[in-house]
Ligand binder design. Structure first.
Ligand code: GLN
Length: 320
């Protein structure tokens, strides 16, 4: 007789609190032996974060929340914000967005300038810095108060009405953002930025400086797991098709030039930031957020990636 295969998507099969506790123990062991990666000290304000932090939050679409470690400690979300800004820009601009930003992995570091020259100022995808800067430009074109609207969006999605920009990180980004300034001006020279470059950069730096924790971030991407419906407010905020497409771009581009490795080892749409957070989506099932500020050489959280790898290996909850 044919054996009925286990269904990893049946959450009843998994003891999520026990699994998270096990992952936490493993990660703490790695931290104790100094295997936690390096801080993103090119943004001076990030260099002060204690390297021994680790938090993880798992939110099921039934509304069950499981956390371990420093899941409630806030940090700058950095490039994780590129998921939310892309969502806002797609709603405002529609699919014409894809005429100004591609959706291919770049295979280059997140802050690279090299492809832009050959590709006439069209960034490869919305998750490298160049692409996110064009996305910020689109938000500026459609919103009279872009930062207020971005904040309102993030607060609604996460259910945290108090979340805000971390001003010391914002100052640090402004002071050290030489490559981003270069990227924005270079793209402007190809007419792919339509607003004042300084205003575009200010919005981009502010979104990177938003201070949130693992619970906030896991909640904030629930719409990507639930076909466009936000678990916090119950609203359909984007179409199911658009949620699918954003997940696809997260899978192929969300962890930069490590996206292939991530697909291989984790197998989930994910987005990282140099603050050490990674959000991941198990479509139709749950969202995850891990945070550990030490990074690998591609700019992704070293222990965050390890924790997600352990999670999907143990549960089988990958999209493959
Ligand atoms: N603010 C960072 C930068 O612009 C964001 C990069 C990231 O998180 N990968 O360099």
């Amino acid at each position: 007789m044919r054996k009925i295969p286990h269904n990893p998507y049946d959450l009843g099969r998994h003891d999520l609190p026990a699994l998270l506790a096990e992952i936490h123990d493993d990660v703490r062991e790695r931290i104790a032996s100094g295997r936690f990666g390096t801080l993103a000290d090119y943004i001076p304000a990030l260099a002060d974060t204690p390297s021994d932090r680790f938090g993880m939050a798992a939110l099921t679409l039934d509304g069950d929340l499981h956390t371990v470690g420093d899941a409630c400690e806030p940090f700058p979300i950095q490039s994780v914000s590129k998921v939310h800004s892309l969502t806002m820009a797609l709603e405002a601009e529609g699919d014409d967005l894809w005429k100004r930003v591609g959706r291919e992995p770049s295979g280059d570091p997140f802050n690279s300038l090299v492809q832009l020259e050959h590709e006439h100022g069209i960034p490869r995808n919305p998750f490298i810095n160049a692409g996110a800067i064009v996305v910020a430009d689109m938000i500026l074109s459609h919103h009279a108060d872009p930062l207020d609207d971005l904040l309102a969006f993030m607060r609604a999605r996460s259910g945290n009405a108090a979340l805000d920009v971390d001003c010391s990180v914002l100052d640090s980004e402004r002071g050290a953002g030489f490559r981003n300034v270069a990227l924005a001006n270079f793209i402007r020279s190809f007419d792919n930025i339509h607003n004042d470059v300084a205003k575009v950069l200010e919005l981009y730096f502010a979104q990177c400086s938003l201070r949130m924790n693992c619970v906030d971030l896991a909640r904030s991407v629930s719409y990507l797991a639930d076909r466009g419906r936000c678990l916090v407010t119950g609203e359909q905020i984007i179409s199911a098709e658009r949620a699918t497409r954003i997940n696809a771009v997260m899978m192929t581009c969300g962890t930069y030039d490590a996206a292939g490795e991530f697909a291989f080892h984790v197998g989930l749409p994910a987005k990282s930031g140099v603050g050490g957070a990674i959000v991941a989506v198990v479509p139709h099932v749950m969202t995850l957020c891990v945070w550990s500020p030490g990074l690998d050489d591609k700019g992704n959280s070293l222990l965050g990636g390890y924790a997600l790898h352990r999670f999907t290996r143990k549960t089988g909850l990958s999209v493959f």
